[in-house]
Design a protein around this ligand. Structure first.
Ligand code: SF4
Length: 468
């Protein structure tokens, strides 16, 4: 929706990609600039192509990695301990399919291998004004650059491989304005958990979100990615941040950065929402109201500030969630005993996240009985962290420093908790059983996860040395 000729960022990027306009009976046909693929949601799509005798329409606009099923340990003999033969087959199938179709692939031998939503931006493949899809819900991450980016299903992966287009109804637009000064110790993860707790897990359904206000303007690209990553958890189709100098500084010099970079930046700047453009819905949040957040239930909307009491159930579903989580309404969530801590996933596995965690682990030890695993988002991130000595801080503290991958975000590679375990996790979903059957997940920032690992109970990071 626009006022006069003013347009939102979403409207502008959308308009550039409509091949066939939406009608009362048919969704729009949208051109896709970048298709990211991985081993889990692509095999069936490639089989469909083969069955129909089709080629990949734009291999040059397709980029592959392996991440979901990949082991995060290496055996002493250099082999990789896949959790099942099927997991290995998935990886081998992806590598074979992308070879057949001439798709750039970041497999075991690439330093860019890693979580699909970490490696795309690291390569500079993610750029403002693009349409980006991937067979993974958290493709919304790439909206941090001012792209329309969203997850698609396996069937749609096949459609995009075959014709580089997608049928899609145009969502409405929602501005999420966060202005003011964030209190000390509040991170981008806390900001997005606060937003989801405010608008609810269905609050963004049918909308494309644009995160606006000084809080996002002052945020790093890593922070913006964390925020946009979890847009899907509010039900939104995608989440975006207007491209600016912070965006351009991040992309400059990366492999896929445009050759005529200054001209590209000028064009990207023109995509920002015009003054006077109107959104279908506007949500205003005061930055000073946000505190470090944790979830207490079984979806990301069940979030509270870490100094709060666990809320009373408002429905049978809420009570079921509390029962599953073994949480009692009216009790403090801080101080709850934990079994495992996971720092990783496409939400919080970038260098900035690892630095934040290391600042808390430094000169501290992981509490007895708390298994703590730290999984960088990509091989490059791992190398960078090791160059800075972050890995040694983690190891000295008693945490495990693993190989890059999705790992315990959804445990497809075998990195899971035991039934009943309480896991404080920097990932994006706390659904029942996502990190293993019967596992209870509490979502938090890297700082909160690290502080919790040290004390063995859910802990406000502002109470720990370096973060205080
Ligand atoms: S880390 Fe989790 S959400 Fe992100 S791509 Fe991997 S499985 Fe999907």
């Amino acid at each position: 929706m626009t006022s006069h000729n003013s347009q939102t960022l979403f409207d502008k990027v959308w308009a550039r990609h409509v091949v066939v306009a939406e009608t009362a009976t048919n969704p729009a046909t949208l051109y896709i600039d970048l298709h990211l693929i991985h081993e889990v949601t692509s095999p069936q799509a490639f089989t469909e192509l083969k069955t129909r005798g089709l080629k990949v329409r734009r291999p040059d606009r397709t980029l592959a990695t392996i991440d979901h099923s990949t082991p995060t340990r290496i055996n002493a003999d250099g082999s990789r301990p896949y959790v099942t033969p099927q997991a290995e087959t998935q990886v081998e199938t992806l590598l074979a399919n992308t070879k057949i179709h001439g798709i750039e692939t970041h497999g075991w031998d690439s330093e860019h291998r890693g979580i699909v939503h970490v490696m795309g931006p690291e390569l500079g493949a993610t750029q403002p004004g693009m349409t980006i899809v991937c067979g993974d819900s958290h493709t919304s991450t790439h909206g941090a650059f001012g792209a329309i980016a969203f997850g698609i299903g396996t069937t749609q992966v096949g459609h995009v491989l075959a014709n580089q287009c997608l049928l899609m109804p145009k969502p409405k637009t929602m501005a999420i304005n966060v202005n003011g000064e964030l209190p000390r110790g509040v991170t981008p993860k806390d900001v997005i958990l606060h937003i989801i707790a405010e608008i609810g897990v269905g609050g963004g359904t049918g909308y494309a979100l644009e995160y606006r206000g000084n809080v996002f303007e002052e945020m790093s690209m890593e922070g913006r990615m964390t925020v946009c990553n979890m847009s899907i958890e509010a039900g939104a189709r995608c989440g975006m941040v207007g491209p600016d100098q912070t965006t351009f500084n991040y992309i400059r010099g990366r492999k896929f950065a445009p050759e005529k970079f200054e001209g590209a930046c000028e064009d990207w700047l023109s995509l920002r929402t015009d003054v006077g453009a109107t959104f279908d819905k506007v949500v205003d949040i005061r930055a000073q109201d946000i505190k470090p957040m944790v979830t207490y239930g079984t979806h990301p909307g069940m979030g509270i500030s870490i100094d709060s009491l666990i809320p009373a159930a408002q429905s049978d579903a809420d009570q079921g969630a509390l029962d599953y989580m073994q949480m009692t309404a009216g009790e403090e969530i801080a101080g709850t005993r934990v079994d495992k801590v996971f720092i990783g996933s496409c939400t919080n596995s970038r260098l900035e996240d690892l630095r934040a965690a290391a600042s808390i682990f430094r000169d501290n030890k992981v509490a007895d009985g708390v298994t703590t695993i730290i999984v960088p988002g990509s091989v490059i991130t791992k190398y960078q962290a090791e160059e800075e000595g972050l890995h040694q801080i983690f190891i000295d503290a008693g945490a495990e420093w693993r190989e890059a991958g999705c790992s315990m975000c959804l445990g497809m590679n075998g990195d899971i908790g035991a039934p009943g375990d309480l896991v404080v996790s920097t990932s994006n979903r706390n659904f029942m059983g996502r990190q293993g059957p019967g596992v209870r997940t509490v979502l938090a920032s890297p700082e909160t996860a690290a502080a919790t690992a040290i004390t063995g109970v859910i802990t406000d990071p502002r109470t720990i040395g370096a973060a205080a």
